[in-house]
Design a binder for this molecule. Structure first.
Ligand code: HAM
Length: 437
């Protein structure tokens, strides 16, 4: 008996045509991040569970509710990475990079969180992240934020707003938490069970609440900005001045506390806000990051400050699609084949052209020319030609432009066989194989 299977809930298969946009996002990232002096780091999908408990924080939603944790065959507790900052720090320490003054890494890959699903929120999702270790200087924060900004510009996502905050230094936190608890405490009896729990376990996360009833109380809550020390304050002023100098606009957001425990000083998010506000909900938050000056030390390394961010590639792909900026692959030429030795010659030509890096397609089923034209349309070929007896003998091709109407005088061009590769190269320069439709 056969049995049918479905993908695990919240985990998606990715394939054409949407995969073209994914690959475009990845390609653009690799080029840009490398230009900015970030090199790639690839860490394993699974890590020691304790790494995340220790870094992301025991009381965070990620660690307390969302991790894919299990015992391996050797009885060790391992976790499928819910994020990649902690694994990158682990690799940084373990491989001796902390000896170097500056290390800049980027990564691309799947992360796993057992979250409630909706558009833009999945259980296997993909992050593009960039981390810089070593410099404590505000210019490192600004550079890292500018990289995220430039990337969003490069891929053509408009209307993203940078939300910016400073959480101060670790020593500033207890005084703030005390004030926050005192603010919320008189009202806790009226809270939902979930909010009561957040109040007890991780009070700062109440600032992030989605519960409308709590919003007025959140609005009147004390601001972290009033509790941060002089050094962190001066650092934040410098970050803001640098961003202004670089022409990167930002909004100060004193409620931006982020969902992971390791942050110190600068925190930020990029949110898609086309009409001044986030109309996409969850999917609108495309990037989050900040400074984490104590994490390297807390994970057993030397005292090395760091700053970084991660973007949700699923969300960027959804955005580009919604904006009509998806990518599409279009073969330059579709060669229709006849039977017998003509088919052999045609397939040889297809292979020769492909080996020269030219995207040429054919239908191995052959058959009626009408059906091969349909196939050429289905794969969105730009041009179409039949490799027939006349073409074989005259070494010359009558190539049809699939995008033009039959009445157009440029509908058909004649190209000699020995000029075909050069002609296709010019076509690909004018309209690359993968483009925005
Ligand atoms: P995060 O805010 O948890 O931060 O995630 C960063 C981004 O990943 C989010 O803004 C969102 O675009 C995407 N994302 C998160 N969860 C999901 C999900 N379930 N489905 C789809 N997309 C998602 C971090 O992970 C930090 N490690 C960022 C960082 C790097 N901080 C410093 N360095």
């Amino acid at each position: 008996m056969s049995q049918k299977f479905a993908a695990v809930k919240g985990m998606n298969d990715l394939f054409a045509p949407r995969i073209e946009t994914w690959q475009y996002l990845e390609r653009t990232a690799r080029e840009l991040f490398s230009t900015w002096g970030y090199s790639e780091i690839r860490t394993p999908i699974v890590e020691d569970t304790a790494l995340f408990v220790r870094s992301v924080g025991e009381v965070t939603d990620i660690v307390s509710k969302e991790m894919y944790t299990f015992d391996d065959k050797g009885g060790r507790s391992i976790t499928m990475r819910p994020e990649n900052t902690a694994p990158a720090v682990r690799a940084y320490i373990e491989n001796g990079f902390a000896q170097q003054p500056v290390t800049r890494w980027y990564y691309l890959g799947p992360m796993f969180r057992y979250e409630r699903m909706k558009t833009g929120r999945y259980r296997q999702f993909y992050q593009l992240g960039a981390e810089a270790y070593g410099p404590a200087d505000a210019s490192q924060d600004a550079e890292n934020i500018a990289l995220a900004w430039s990337y969003l510009k490069a891929i053509g996502v408009p209307h993203v707003k940078l939300h910016l905050n400073s959480l101060g230094d670790a020593g500033d936190r207890p005084k703030y938490l005390e004030a926050l608890k005192a603010h919320f405490a008189p009202h806790v009896a009226t809270f939902s069970e979930a909010s009561k729990e957040t109040f007890e376990r991780n009070t700062m996360r109440l600032l992030d609440t989605k519960e409308e009833a709590l919003k007025p109380l959140v609005d009147s809550a004390p601001s972290i900005g009033d509790f941060i020390g002089d050094a962190a304050r001066a650092h934040f002023e410098e970050v803001k001045a640098l961003l202004t100098a670089m022409g990167i606009p930002f909004t100060l957001d004193p409620r931006l506390v982020r969902g992971l425990d390791y942050y110190t000083r600068t925190t930020f998010e990029f949110i898609y806000e086309p009409e001044g506000e986030n109309s996409l909900g969850t999917a609108g938050t495309v990037c989050g990051g900040g400074r984490y000056d104590n994490l390297v030390k807390e994970l057993g390394g030397p005292d090395k400050p760091a700053v970084g961010f991660a973007m949700g590639l699923d969300r960027l792909e959804i955005l580009l699609d919604a904006l009509g900026k998806r990518q599409e692959r279009r073969p330059l030429l579709f060669i229709a084949t006849m039977d017998g030795e003509l088919k052999v010659a045609a397939i040889k030509l297809v292979t020769d052209l492909r080996n020269q890096g030219l995207a040429v397609d054919f239908d191995p089923r052959g058959g009626k020319i009408k059906r091969q034209v349909e196939r050429a349309s289905a794969v969105k070929a730009r041009h179409f030609v039949v490799y027939g007896q006349a073409e074989h003998e005259t070494r010359s091709f009558k190539i049809k432009n699939m995008d033009l109407p039959d009445s157009d005088p440029n509908k058909e061009v004649t190209v000699p066989l020995d000029g075909l590769a050069g002609w296709l190269l010019n076509v690909s320069k004018a309209a690359p194989v993968t483009t925005t439709p």
